[in-house]
Write a protein that binds this ligand. Structure first.
Ligand SMILES: CC(C)(COP(=O)(O)OP(=O)(O)OC[C@H]1O[C@@H](n2cnc3c(N)ncnc32)[C@H](O)[C@@H]1OP(=O)(O)O)[C@@H](O)C(=O)NCCC(=O)NCCSC(=O)C[C@H](O)C(=O)O
Ligand SMILES: [Mg+2]
Length: 294
């Protein structure tokens, strides 16, 4: 039996400081919305943005996942952001610039104290040298502290390290893969960072395709025009679905019920492929449910 799957092909950052963006976001086809209280809100906008977002979340009616990115807990806003999110019934709180287990513990304890049920998760952004160095430790400890996803923050990584990645992100790959393997080791989702040049659809498509090959679950976005491309890039393609169905049907035949390995059309297929196929079909079904719910 595969785990229930939640599509996270497209996760749109929605600046909570922008009333029009908030209003518009509910009608968009993103799998998830990440309401942002951090970088997209200026220091003098932060309190109003939090209040506006709290009101919005009471009645938005968005059918996908709802996540709030808060300010770091050492700022004047972080703890109030977290308490607001805890009471708002969101699916997860995204913590920026996570570097220590202590931050995860403080966030988890604050959620509990504020009455958030266990279903409210923490997602951690890994976007500084210390976060990258310790990402394995953070994921290992974090899984007992509500942490279910890691997210790459490429722009803060560039800022804090001085690297200037090219279009293929080759310079970032060692660090991306460190984050990737930590997430996979502890059964967490792993989400690719945003692509800021939202008018460059070609570059965006290439980055989505590379992200999918690397093993990301989806792409974070900054503009509505990026949603369709991310949904397409991270949806299973029809040929892969047909092949997965074939594998499931073949293993389901009574003669094959005890077999570990088979051949289908000249290709070796093992039970690991069956598991992979079941996962893919679960993803297809979850995507169909998400699209019906819209
Ligand atoms: C980048 C933007 C400032 C551009 O906004 P705008 O100038 O309004 O663009 P458009 O005129 O093309 O917008 C068309 C309509 O779409 C709405 N819109 C735009 N963006 C969004 C959005 N993100 N969510 C919802 N709706 C949006 C506009 O209101 C227009 O609506 P309409 O009036 O009906 O035509 C803007 O896109 C933006 O602010 N994007 C998000 C910025 C953000 O959240 N940044 C933080 C996340 S990325 C990050 O932090 C990096 C990471 O941490 C790292 O380290 O790597
Ligand atoms: Mg960042």
């Amino acid at each position: 039996m595969t785990k229930p799957f939640r599509p996270r092909r497209s996760l749109l950052f929605v600046p909570a400081a922008n009333a029009r963006a908030l209003e518009k976001s509910v009608s968009l086809a993103a799998d998830a919305l990440i309401y942002d209280l951090e970088d997209s809100a200026g220091p003098r906008e932060k309190e109003d943005a939090r209040e506006r977002l709290a009101t919005h979340l009471r009645s938005d009616g968005f059918a996908g996942e709802r996540i709030v990115r808060i300010n770091t807990l050492d700022t004047p806003w972080g703890l109030d952001d977290l308490r607001m999110a805890a009471k708002a019934g969101v699916d997860a709180v995204l913590l920026p610039k996570v570097e220590t287990v202590e931050t995860l513990r403080q966030a988890a304890e604050t959620l509990t104290e504020a009455g958030a049920p266990d279903s409210v998760k923490l997602w951690a952004m890994i976007e500084t040298p210390l976060g990258i160095l310790d990402v394995g430790k953070l994921a290992a400890a974090g899984r007992d502290m509500r942490v279910t996803a890691l997210m790459v923050g490429p722009y803060d990584i560039a800022l804090s390290t001085g690297i200037d990645p090219g279009a293929d992100r080759a310079e970032l790959m060692p660090w991306i893969m460190q984050i990737m393997v930590a997430a996979k080791a502890y059964g967490m989702a792993v989400l690719d960072g945003p692509y800021a040049n939202f008018r460059d659809q070609e570059g965006f498509a290439a980055e989505c395709a590379s992200g999918r090959r690397l093993g990301f679950d989806g792409k974070t976005l900054i503009h509505p025009s990026q949603i369709a491309g991310a949904n397409a890039a991270y949806s299973p393609d029809p040929a892969a679905i047909a092949w997965a169905e074939r594998i499931v049907e073949t293993f389901a035949k009574p003669d094959n019920s005890d077999k570990g390995v088979l051949q289908i059309e000249g290709r070796m297929v093992e039970r690991l492929h069956l598991k992979q196929s079941q996962k893919l079909l679960a993803m297809r079904d979850a995507i169909a449910d998400r699209e019906t719910a819209r």
